[in-house]
Design a binder for this molecule. Structure first.
Ligand code: AMP
Length: 549
């Protein structure tokens, strides 16, 4: 017997139309690429999205066509998000930090027919225009006065002139909810990037999920500032969830520096921030130097790489904000787990609470997890035994775009995340490493994340990365690469002594190197591969390690 309820498809157009109808006066504020702050509303975003949909149709964009963006977090990018997907075309957000050969690869692979770009990325658009590709429409996300002259790009148009003559009404098509909505390529730290093709259904389900109080709790009461870029994994789904809930959205445009973020937080009364740890490192250091307290911020969602415990403490103690440590990946839309505590954890002392909050959190409904050992056995949830973290769920990729026959998924329908993790009895996941980054010492694994977190808990350490370097006896031993905090100094011996109290003896680094900065990838993660290449011939000071005792 089937249920007798209405069966409306889950569509992105319904999110923007809901925003237009019930949150029309909720604000959308942008630091524009041109410079000034621009104030708008969800009602206006909806009207302009419909104008754009009319323009896209006039340009000949058809359902299923891929339309690319090279753009910051701005109102215009938001409108492209809603218009392209709601029309039944596919929004391909490109990460502008990709190396040129990968940029070219993703445009070719996706067979993009149109490109909407911020003028910041004019050179990248020019580079793409010179290649032979199916790209035939170029739109600069600006107005006529700011349209670059002599760009060399044929028929380049500016966004405002494109949408100005169009009607602000549009009948969105009644798509099948499994229609593709957007495409995002993985960061591609090894080999060429792989495309993850989201659908309307997975996007809407993920939007509902991240609004849950135990997930990212996106809601009308919040003023949400996603520093996490709209060019990677749909800014963690925030644009869609904000439209659904009518959250005021503050979009930082190209201004990701601490000075601009501070200004936006203070003038717009931001309550909720989302981003990767490296962004917060810079912002927290700036606030400290200026003796600033972000009194309006009450929630900071941190993910993309491990959040060091001292960052949780800094947000809590210096700014009175709650940190939510989250884990996920492009293939998971991206949210998988969030670090919300349970009522029983109120009894925990400060150190135990911090240790728990530093884990990656528990799965949210819609995501299932398990850990498998090297022999294919499922590991018990003891919080100690680690193995390969595998996932399945309502918004997890079923295969990669145009690689449908690759062995992405295990035969029984689980996806191997490439992360090494343990799960405890309450379901809290602790990621110890990417599987390709684990340090193998004497047949045992050393968690580089634990080592890095221990180092970063020293006030003179701003950033740290641990890599394995070859060792004649132990196969590999850890080398710790450290960036000192601004204005602080520390000697190797002092840091080594500090770590001795915090790590088991055989995890201690055999050597410490100080560097000016760590190499970061397109999404703000430390490029361990680059570090390993740089230190490939590193001579450890003493081939005799402390031993696995
Ligand atoms: P991406 O697909 O670029 O978003 O990268 C996903 C990967 O980032 C995951 O598989 C993890 O290795 C890493 N990652 C994401 N969030 C966290 C976190 N909170 N802690 C540790 N690693 C993380």
């Amino acid at each position: 017997m089937l249920g007798q309820m209405m069966n409306d498809p889950l569509l992105i157009s319904s999110q923007i139309e809901f925003a237009a109808k019930f949150h029309s006066s909720a604000e959308v504020v942008t630091r524009t690429v041109e410079g000034p702050i621009h104030r708008s509303t969800w009602g206006e975003v909806a009207r302009r999205s419909r104008r754009l949909a009319n323009a896209l149709q006039r340009m000949g964009i058809k359902p299923g066509d891929r339309v690319a963006t090279l753009a910051w977090n701005t109102q215009r990018h938001l409108e492209v998000y809603f218009a392209v997907s709601s029309l039944g075309a596919v929004l391909h957000t490109i990460n502008p930090r990709l190396p040129p050969e990968q940029l070219r690869y993703v445009v070719d692979h996706a067979e993009d027919v149109g490109l909407f770009f911020d003028t910041t990325f004019l050179k990248l658009a020019q580079f793409l225009a010179l290649q032979s590709s199916p790209l035939r429409h170029y739109v600069a996300l600006t107005d006529a006065p700011h349209l670059p002259a002599d760009s060399g790009i044929q028929d380049l148009r500016d966004y405002e002139s494109l949408i100005a003559p169009e009607a602000e009404t549009f009948d969105w098509p009644a798509l099948d909810e499994n229609t593709a909505s957007s495409l995002c390529y993985t960061s591609g730290t090894a080999g060429f990037p792989k495309g993850v093709l989201y659908s309307h259904r997975t996007t809407v389900l993920h939007s509902f999920a991240i609004c849950m109080p135990d997930a990212l709790a996106i809601c009308a009461a919040d003023v949400t500032l996603p520093v996490v870029p709209m060019f990677h994994v749909n800014a963690w789904g925030v644009p869609y969830a904000a439209a659904m809930t009518g959250s005021k959205l503050v979009l930082p445009g190209p201004g990701l520096d601490p000075v601009n973020l501070t200004e936006l937080i203070e003038t717009e009364g931001v309550t909720s921030l989302l981003g990767v740890p490296t962004v917060w490192m810079a912002l927290l250091a700036h606030a400290r130097a200026q003796s600033k307290r972000f009194s309006t911020v009450n929630k900071v969602v941190i993910g993309g790489s491990a959040c060091p415990p001292n960052m949780i403490q800094a947000w809590e103690k210096e700014h009175g904000a709650r940190v939510l440590h989250a884990w996920g990946m492009t293939e998971m839309s991206p949210v998988g787990t969030t670090g919300v505590l349970l009522p029983k954890h109120e009894q925990l002392d400060e150190a135990a609470r911090l240790a728990l909050k530093s884990k990656q959190g528990r799965p949210i409904f819609g995501v299932d997890l398990r850990v498998m050992d090297d022999d294919g056995a499922i590991v018990s949830h003891d919080g100690k035994t680690s193995g390969h973290l595998q996932v399945r769920g309502l918004w997890v990729a079923g295969s990669y775009y145009k690689r449908e026959h690759d062995d992405t998924h295990l035969p029984d329908g689980w996806f191997d995340t490439g992360d090494i993790a343990s799960i405890d009895a309450d379901g809290y996941v602790q990621i110890t490493d990417r599987s390709k980054d684990v340090i193998k010492s004497g047949g045992e694994w050393i968690s580089s994340i634990d080592l890095e977190n221990a180092a970063m808990s020293h006030p003179a350490v701003q950033h740290a990365a641990a890599i394995g370097v070859p060792h004649p006896k132990w196969q590999e031993r850890p080398l710790l690469v450290v960036v000192k905090a601004p204005g602080k100094d520390i000697e190797r011996a002092e840091l080594q002594a500090f770590l001795e109290g915090r790590l088991v003896k055989w995890w201690l680094p055999d050597a410490i190197e100080f560097v000016e900065a760590l190499p970061l990838g397109a999404t703000g993660k430390v490029l361990k591969r680059e570090l390993r290449t740089r230190f490939a011939d590193y001579a450890l000071p003493d081939a005799k390690s402390p031993g696995n005792a």
